[in-house]
Design a protein around this ligand. Structure first.
Ligand SMILES: Cc1cc2nc3c(=O)[nH]c(=O)nc-3n(C[C@H](O)[C@H](O)[C@H](O)COP(=O)(O)O)c2cc1C
Length: 357
């Protein structure tokens, strides 16, 4: 059976060079914004996106992003300088907007000369955007709908990420296929990067042609050789199919559960039983509603670290996107990025040959 990724030999060097030029033209806005060779961002992943993976992505021509998560300002400062020791290329820092020391974390990034700050986890406060921009950094934010994209642009953000429900980690309800159609034709003021379910270069080309400036990828990089994730975490990725990466299920409408996409395991099954037990205790008058909500939220406390660092892929939270089905082996970052670019170039060469030029 023929596969588009194996047909690159069908093209001459000059056809491939023309396709490569076309790719550079298609994502020029993204590469200019990021200051990189390729408009491929490594999506920030808590516990995973630390100095080694971030530097490897940037050194390979992409744009690595540190996941600050719950780090203190001191820890973030150390992580940034550790990354700077490993790469001279640009990289960014992802900050979660509900972090109680958000403004201080922004200051840490500015003092260290980080050029791009990604604000995740809800609409960022105007103060954080202002501090970042006054300090000379570019601000990137997530837009889960067109109205919010427009609001974020009015608030001064310099670029947007639209992340579909296919993605790993905390997700919204709408697929990237739909978000791209709702947002890309209407947002031209700032570059827009697409995320969620992307594992191949031909898919990247499709979104670039729809108007995206580049793509953000998490799952494929989590399983990279340079990722510090536990070998069992990476092995679970290699084994999994797309359908194994499910969102967490909410049992009772009174007790909201933030949807998180990850591999189904003993932990996700126990989470349902835990919710059922909490609901039963509320109904029996043994537990107040607020305490019950906290018990539900605390179930996953520390669970991502347990899976990523300790390798407990049965009870931990193995966050992964549906693209996990396309992770076939543990590869160096440079090879992953090389493959994505190669597939993009091949896809463009095919388009050109179909047009007869
Ligand atoms: C293990 C894991 C942890 C993640 N943690 C974060 C995070 O801390 N902050 C964030 O903004 N996104 C987080 N994400 C989302 C990624 O940054 C990225 O947008 C997503 O993985 C893209 O979809 P993909 O997994 O299909 O490539 C995480 C994703 C994974 C797989």
């Amino acid at each position: 059976m023929s596969d588009i990724s194996t047909q690159s030999a069908d093209f001459t060097d000059s056809e491939r060079a023309a396709a490569r030029l076309e790719l550079d033209r298609l994502w020029a806005r993204g590469t200019a914004f990021l200051g990189t060779e390729f408009a491929i961002l490594g999506g920030a992943m808590s516990w995973v996106s630390e100095r080694n993976l971030v530097a490897a992505i940037s050194n390979a021509g992409g744009f690595g992003v540190i996941a600050c998560g719950a780090m203190t300002p001191e820890l973030l400062e150390a992580e940034i300088s550790g990354t700077q020791a490993l790469t001279k290329k640009p990289f960014g820092v992802n900050l979660i907007t509900m972090h109680p020391q958000l403004d201080e974390l922004v200051q840490v990034c500015l003092r260290a000369g980080v050029g791009h700050i990604v604000l995740a986890g809800g609409i960022p406060p105007a103060s954080a955007i202002r501090i970042a921009k006054d300090g000379g950094a570019k601000v990137v934010a997530f837009a889960p709908a067109l109205v919010l994209a427009k609001r974020l642009i009015r608030m001064g953000v310099d670029a947007l990420v639209i992340e579909g429900a296919e993605a790993g980690g905390h997700v919204g309800p709408v697929s990237l296929t739909v978000l791209a159609q709702e947002i890309l034709p209407h947002v031209t003021d700032v570059p827009v990067f697409v995320a969620g379910g992307i594992a191949r270069g031909d898919a990247i080309v499709g979104f670039l042609e729809q108007g995206a400036a580049g793509a953000q990828i998490g799952t494929r990089f989590a399983a990279a050789e340079e990722s510090i994730a536990h070998p069992k975490f990476k092995a679970a990725f290699v084994r999994a199919n797309a359908r194994d990466a499910m969102t967490s299920v909410q049992l009772d409408p009174r007790f909201p559960v933030i949807p998180v996409r990850g591999l189904v395991n003993e932990g996700s099954r126990n989470f349902l039983a835990h919710q059922a037990d909490v609901v039963r205790r509320v109904q029996a008058g043994e537990l107040e509603k607020d305490a019950a909500q906290l018990e539900i939220e605390h179930f996953w406390a520390g669970a991502l670290r347990r899976a990523v660092i300790e390798g407990d892929v049965e009870n931990g939270s193995v966050m992964a996107g549906q693209s996990v089905g396309m992770v076939k082996t543990v590869q160096p970052v440079r090879e992953i990025i090389g493959e994505l670019v190669e597939q993009a170039v091949t896809a463009l060469a095919h388009r050109s040959s179909r047009r007869g030029n």
